[in-house]
Design a protein around this ligand. Structure first.
Ligand SMILES: Cc1cc2nc3c(=O)[nH]c(=O)nc-3n(C[C@H](O)[C@H](O)[C@H](O)COP(=O)(O)O)c2cc1C
Length: 403
């Protein structure tokens, strides 16, 4: 990468070789294998805390490695313990392979209110170098980190924003209440995978994609920073899927890194099963307003969410992505043990049921829906590539994206 004028700096860790973050992808799409591959290739290995309390005890990776996962008497695991364990091993694997210090991060969504503080505690105990937090405004993240890591901690704190207004609210609040600034601001544009930070109606406006493209949002955030005297380095995210696009972003001296999710989700190591990636490649995608937390989000048109809702109006699937990626079809009888996709009417049988609120506990306080794939994604291209040379590895994709 040629003209990097300002370098990515993370607290307490050698700077990663590449100014590239793996976009945190729940549930377990930015899994151990993918994060380790990204870390070994020189990027920042970001996991997502979504549902780790259920994912980790069922993890094939830990079983294969012969690592026993400690469960409580009910056979469950706390989210803090799960996050801690996952981060420790992510680091161990990368450092074992490279002999160098790894940069390990975690994405914790504000919308997962029930798990938020415990996920932060797990991140601190697991030695996260970076905590990235969006899907709401992480107004009190510095206070929580300080509570568990002390005042002089070495964790870079990174809010995700989709507007200058959100950046302003967060910076003002952090400054007045916590006497600090974000270490970096993650600007996520309209072409991002997963849930989107706008009202559904906004996403339906004809010029939505262009109007809120990451390049435009960055200009908006830069204008605000200039006016307000703020100077926080930026991470650009959303639809960055080519070398040219990434290089252009990084030519902006305020942009010190990019974050890439979908292109890396479509690789051999990702938490998506390879067969599921091919299924996605044949699909069209659209923005759905059906997210449990009220955010619009991008779904595959015949993906499990849409199918489940067509088949059963009562169904409130929490994470069909997880189910589908595990190669399971939408069958409530089979998947109830996971506690992710479950008709509310049958909630009392689900292990994740919150009896007080009479809902799946994962959604009681809001949850993020089914982030499947970005709008700009071209499945045909991927299918052609797979026919010719198979599904790329994460290292190959990183080489193509950032050299
Ligand atoms: C499958 C998938 C899952 C995601 N899960 C999360 C998540 O758990 N938390 C979050 O803040 N963002 C999530 N995102 C958003 C990404 O972290 C990232 O910011 C965004 O997808 C960047 O756009 P790109 O996919 O075009 O690279 C997800 C995206 C995808 C594609």
């Amino acid at each position: 990468m040629s003209s990097l004028e300002r370098k990515l700096e993370l607290k307490g860790v050698d700077n990663p070789k590449l100014p590239l973050f793996l976009g945190g992808m729940g549930a377990d799409i930015s899994n151990m294998e993918l994060a380790v591959a990204v870390g070994i290739a020189g990027g920042v290995a970001v996991r997502s805390s979504v549902a780790m309390d259920v994912i980790t005890p069922n993890s094939e990776w830990f079983k294969d490695e012969g690592i026993s996962v400690k469960l409580d008497n009910a056979g469950r695991m706390g989210i803090a313990e799960a996050v801690e364990l996952e981060l420790k091993y992510t680091r161990e694997k990368i450092e074992g392979a490279t002999g160098e210090q790894a940069a390990v991060g975690i994405n914790i969504m504000c919308a997962l209110e029930r798990d938020y503080e415990e996920s932060v505690r797990g991140a601190v105990n697991g030695g996260a170098n970076v905590i990235i937090s969006g899907a709401g405004l992480p107004l009190d993240l510095p206070k929580l980190v300080e509570k568990y890591a002390g005042k002089n901690h070495n964790i870079s704190l990174v809010p995700i924003v989709s507007s200058a207004r959100a950046a302003k609210i967060i910076c003002n609040r952090w400054e007045s209440n916590h006497h600090c600034k974000p270490d970096l601001i993650y600007v996520e544009g309209s072409k991002a995978g997963g849930h989107l930070g706008w009202h559904y109606e906004t996403t339906q406006e004809p010029d939505f994609i262009e109007k809120y493209d990451v390049a435009r949002l960055i200009t908006e955030v830069e204008d605000w920073m200039e006016k307000s005297g703020n100077d926080v380095p930026l991470i650009a995210a959303g639809g960055l899927k080519s070398y040219e696009g990434i290089e252009k972003m990084l030519k902006n001296p305020n942009v010190v890194a990019v974050s890439v999710a979908t292109p890396l989700a479509l690789t051999q190591e990702s938490g998506f099963k390879n067969e599921y990636i091919l299924q996605l490649a044949k699909n069209t995608v659209s923005i759905s307003d059906k997210s449990p937390c009220g955010y619009p989000f991008v779904v595959a048109d015949d993906g499990p969410l849409v199918v489940a809702q067509k088949n059963d109006n009562d169904a409130f699937p929490i994470c069909p992505g997880l189910i589908a990626t595990r190669g399971m079809s939408y069958d409530p009888e089979k998947i109830k043990c996971l506690g992710y996709v479950w008709p509310i009417s049958k909630g009392k049988d689900c292990p994740a049921f919150d009896s007080e609120n009479k809902q799946c506990s994962a959604i009681t306080k809001g949850n993020v829906g089914v982030p499947l794939i970005t709008l700009g994604y071209n499945g045909e291209e991927l299918l052609k590539r797979v026919a010719k040379e198979g599904l790329p590895t994460a290292a190959q994709r990183m080489e193509e994206l950032i050299g």
